[in-house]
Design a protein around this ligand. Structure first.
Ligand SMILES: [Zn+2]
Length: 306
């Protein structure tokens, strides 16, 4: 049966985080994106509320117990919290656990429907024993590990197109031969010290659509046919956009749409389920940022929904 509506995963808490004034993180973008998706695509999307926050047991598949417990119980040092980039609060703990639960739920939905999108996620700077760059727990690695453990996938490709390197993911999955971490990012950008993914492509600053899309296509195709995944986790960060505050690349909105279509198309043509997370995106104008993130949903509908 052809899919008639695109499964999205969301929870209002995604956008509920009280931040200090002038904090750079555009926390409103998640709710804004959900609203825009419904307004623009109405019955072509179906919104699934996150059923359950991620459990401690699932976190421990990837993360160190001391780190998990210290975060949950506000025992991380000031320095450790500063590296994460958000102040600690009960609300932040709940938001974090719900967001990671959302990626896992979306991954499960993708095993049933071939495609699903979590309207947050992409915590690729989270390492086994510390968080960094707005990331606490590595949802991508946890989802990959869980799918394999449940027998719902054997070989998972984590394709990370956020402008920043997936350094945490690289470390979280380095010892697992059934998870392939592939990061295509701007080389001269955060994190200053890169980790080694299974494959890293460090792009020059200011690359434009044509050269970027050619690289994405080449790298993804090569990885796909050599690793032969039976499930794809796609981090569709839009901080590659020309107007992004943290990006340094010159990719247009149309270029992002084409990138997302290219990734979805490869999955669809090969009958490989794919879950996408929205990843980074830091324009301060929430409407402009929402329009860029909306390309992911647009591309998924164009590819999967009749
Ligand atoms: Zn990023």
């Amino acid at each position: 049966m052809p899919l008639t509506s695109l499964p999205l995963v969301f929870h209002p808490i995604y956008s509920q985080l009280d931040l200090p004034k002038n904090h750079r993180f555009p926390i409103q973008k998640y709710l804004s994106l959900k609203t825009a998706a419904i307004n623009k695509f109405s019955s072509k999307v179906s919104v699934n509320l996150v059923k359950a926050p991620i459990t401690r047991a699932k976190l421990l598949q990837i993360h160190n117990a001391k780190y998990v417990d210290d975060f949950i119980h506000n025992q991380l040092s000031t320095k450790e919290m500063k590296r994460i980039g958000f102040p600690w609060s009960e609300q932040f703990v709940q938001r974090t656990l719900t967001a990671v639960g959302g990626t896992l739920q979306a991954a499960q939905l993708a095993t049933e429907h071939d495609i699903a999108i979590n309207l947050t996620g992409g915590y690729h700077h989270a390492h086994p024993d510390f968080g960094s760059g707005f990331c606490v727990f590595n949802d991508l690695s946890i989802a990959a590990h869980t799918l394999i453990e449940q027998g719902k996938a054997n070989r998972v490709l984590i394709f990370d197109c956020d402008v920043h390197q997936g350094d945490g993911t690289a470390t979280c999955v380095e010892d697992n031969p059934n998870i392939f971490s592939l990061s295509i990012h701007c080389e001269k950008n955060f994190p200053a010290r890169k980790q080694q993914s299974d494959w890293d492509i460090g792009l020059e600053k200011h690359i434009e659509d044509e050269a970027y899309l050619a690289q994405v296509k080449d790298v993804l195709t090569t990885a796909f046919y050599s690793f032969k995944p039976d499930f794809i986790i796609y981090d569709a960060g839009v901080d590659i956009h020309e107007d992004d505050d943290l990006g340094l690349l010159n990719i247009t909105t149309q270029g992002i749409y084409q990138r997302d279509c290219l990734v979805f198309d490869l999955a669809k043509q090969n009958h490989i389920p794919i879950v996408a997370v929205i990843g980074g995106g830091y324009q301060r104008d929430i409407n402009a940022l929402t329009a860029v993130h909306l390309q992911l949903i647009n591309a998924a509908i164009a590819t999967f929904i009749r």
